[in-house]
Design a protein around this ligand. Structure first.
Ligand SMILES: [Zn+2]
Ligand SMILES: [Zn+2]
Length: 396
């Protein structure tokens, strides 16, 4: 199978989170040629599930193994000029999801030729294989969309082991990187909006300008993680980063839109909160909310708090990590136990919250640009290793 052409075709049609229509169609067209028992489309918007089930499969007795890939790309313009450059302006695969999809399609192609044969083998007898393609990984929405879709629930999948991989730049190519417990951090975006009262800039005393609330809140968030670490004597990682702070009209596009004659009523602070443990993320959110409420009360401001891009921690079970280690050994791949979790977040955490499973890193080269970097491009040399790992995980 020509995985290179597959990957390049997927790269070309890169689409943003929850708009992966062409990509989903491409995936479905390929899957249909791989003789699955069934294909289910439009789950949680553009999500796809393909199932291979042996003849005597019985959910109550037999095991279901699932694998995940992501359909979405990023709002990053592509500076390179290769022949398979994204045709969608300003959108490109800079996280390697084109490669991850190719690996899962490679696995589908393997199942097409081998499922009947391997389902006869003793150690495999009566298994169900599920390939899941989720939308909107980058925004942390897609996994939950699928899980909450009644068409997903009606499939009653009872997954016994759920696996996913992510390519990892700055690690040697084809290295398997994994760890038990937290693999990738939990994180959330928090948006805090204050509203006072406008007045003439010459008479600010007649209005209520939220400037002080804004500055006090940004300072508070800036110092929040070190405060929590001190208080809890916490050895685990917690981090709060102010990512956006605006006083005045939040919709303005240039300095020409600034009304210098107005003392503003509105202020907005956005921050990203991160931790290795879901409970620490809860604590970060609570403390930030508490402070915002206190400031709103002190300065007599209206307050609105909302959240965006919420990711659960990706948690690997001991059993699933042991299977990954065994698969790597069998394939004679280098295996590295990662001492600390990755500080980034993964939507796969929604699946590990509900099912036994694990995610592992697949080294994508020490000289490969970092994920989300405009020069990044998925290295095709690691595709076959990804397929081989998943095949071994099926067999184990
Ligand atoms: Zn990404
Ligand atoms: Zn990614």
């Amino acid at each position: 199978m020509a995985t290179l052409a597959l990957r390049q075709n997927l790269h070309k049609i890169a689409e943003l989170s929850n708009q992966e229509y062409k990509t989903a169609q491409f995936v479905v067209d390929f899957l249909e040629k791989c003789n699955p028992t069934s294909i289910h489309q439009k789950i949680g918007n553009t999500g796809i599930i393909a199932i291979w089930e042996s003849k005597n499969f019985d959910t109550s007795k037999h095991k279901t193994v699932a694998f995940r890939a992501e359909l979405d790309a990023l709002p990053i313009p592509e500076p390179n000029n290769f022949e398979y450059k994204s045709v969608h302006n300003g959108v490109s695969h800079k996280c390697g999801h084109d490669g991850h999809m190719t690996i899962l399609l490679g696995l589908a192609d393997y199942l097409k030729n081998n499922f009947d044969k391997i389902s006869q083998e003793n150690n495999f007898n009566n298994k169900r294989i599920v390939l899941l393609f989720q939308p909107a990984e980058e925004t942390g929405q897609g996994a939950l969309q699928m899980l909450e879709d009644e068409n997903f629930q009606n499939l009653n999948l009872k997954i016994d082991a759920f696996f996913a991989l992510h390519n990892i730049p700055s690690y040697q190519k084809n290295l398997i990187v994994c760890r038990e417990n937290t693999f990738a951090a939990a994180s959330t975006g928090i948006i805090i909006e204050f509203e006072g009262l406008t007045s003439h800039a010459a008479e600010p005393q007649n209005g209520n300008n939220p400037a002080l609330a804004l500055s006090e809140l940004t300072t508070f968030i800036y110092n929040l993680s070190s405060k929590i670490i001190k208080e809890k004597k916490n050895k685990d990682f917690v981090l709060a980063t102010v990512v956006d702070a605006v006083l005045g009209e939040t919709s303005r596009k240039s300095f020409d839109d600034i009304a210098f004659g107005v003392s503003p009523a509105k202020a907005r602070v956005c921050a990203t909160l991160r931790s290795y443990l879901d409970e620490d993320l809860e604590l970060l959110s609570q403390k930030t909310e508490q402070k915002a409420k206190e400031l709103a009360k002190n300065y007599d401001l209206k307050l609105k708090i909302s959240y965006s891009e919420k990711f659960a921690a990706t948690t690997n079970t001991q059993k699933s990590v042991a299977s990954i280690k065994k698969a790597a050994q069998k394939l004679e791949l280098n295996y590295q136990n990662k001492e600390k979790p990755f500080s980034w977040s993964e939507d796969f955490g929604q699946f590990t919250t509900r099912f036994e499973g694990a995610m592992f890193g697949l080294g994508s080269g020490t000289n490969t640009p970092e994920l989300h970097h405009s020069n990044y491009d998925f290295p095709d040399e690691i595709t076959q290793t990804g397929i081989n790992m998943f095949v071994e995980l099926i067999k184990s």
